[in-house]
Design a protein around this ligand. Structure first.
Ligand SMILES: [Zn+2]
Length: 283
């Protein structure tokens, strides 16, 4: 069933678990993530970045995800990941997304507040939850520049003021994770997370989680994280399954055959994350 992220995240917060938000690139990603959610009886968030939306269109992804959600036996939300303007967020809501993120984290503090408040003003009117970002998640997000090693942490004082002034319903925080593929060992600054949690009541969101060890993610959940994003790992899994099949069967020309192995690989990874996030059997 199609839902917004609002109640889904509040229930996760009360129950001390997190919802996985998985970036979907195409039909096969959508089907594999839904298959995992159904087999684990877990609520799930399907999300797409502006980069993926530019590849096809908002309408394409919204229609595909809506069909998947309406037919699913578990709660499914459709979320705009890293919304890059107020216009894009409004377009996503109009197209049928049930949750949006506005990412003003590259802006100065006051400009981030102004941009985020603009989106929450519109979204509140139709009861769509808004995720915002304060502080920086390093690495390469979507089509953006590579924010090398610069993962400046979210300031807890600023976080409190930011949430009060914007009315955002969840907050992505900079606590040491980076987007893309990790070069060294990932490390979540749990103390920063705890400090933010003590000042902010809304659900916190972890970005750049692909490659972060499960025990660190589990600890972050005990420290207030209720939504955990995974993108890179799904891309890697799909390509590994797909290309592996083609290496073994170079003359096959039915794309459904290698795609089936790509989907299997995605499903396995998503299921294992759902167990670790604690969302299994929460649907
Ligand atoms: Zn992100």
């Amino acid at each position: 069933m199609l839902v917004t992220t609002k109640e889904m995240l509040l229930r996760a917060q009360e129950g001390h678990y997190a919802i996985g938000a998985f970036n979907v690139e195409n039909l096969e990603f959508v089907m594999a993530v839904i298959a995992a959610a159904e087999s684990k009886h877990s609520p799930v968030i399907l999300q797409t970045t502006p980069g993926t939306i530019k590849y096809a269109s908002l309408d394409y992804f919204a229609s595909m995800c809506r069909a998947a959600a309406e037919n699913a036996r578990v709660p499914v939300a459709i979320h705009l990941d890293h919304g890059d303007s107020c216009e894009r967020c409004v377009q996503a809501m109009y197209a049928g997304y049930t949750s949006v993120m506005i990412d003003g984290s590259q802006e100065a503090f006051v400009d981030n507040i102004a941009l985020t408040a603009q989106v929450t003003h519109v979204a509140n009117a139709i009861d769509i939850p808004v995720e915002a970002e304060l502080g920086k998640v390093g690495g390469k997000e979507d089509d953006g520049p590579d924010v090398k090693g610069d993962s400046s942490y979210t300031n807890p004082d600023e976080a409190e003021e930011f949430v009060a002034r914007t009315g955002c319903t969840s907050l992505a925080v900079g606590v040491g994770t980076v987007h893309g593929v990790y070069v060294g060992t990932p490390h979540i600054e749990q103390d920063v997370l705890k400090a933010i949690r003590s000042r902010v009541e809304i659900p916190l969101v972890l970005h750049g989680t692909s490659g972060v060890p499960d025990d660190q993610v589990a600890e972050a959940i005990t420290n207030g994280v209720c939504k955990v994003n995974y993108a890179t790992e799904l891309r890697q899994a799909f390509m590994r399954g797909f290309m592996g099949y083609m290496e073994d069967n170079p003359y096959v020309f039915d794309p459904k055959k290698p795609a089936a192995l790509g989907m299997e690989a995605i499903q396995a990874i998503v299921e294992s994350h759902m167990d670790n996030l604690g969302s299994t059997h929460k649907a």
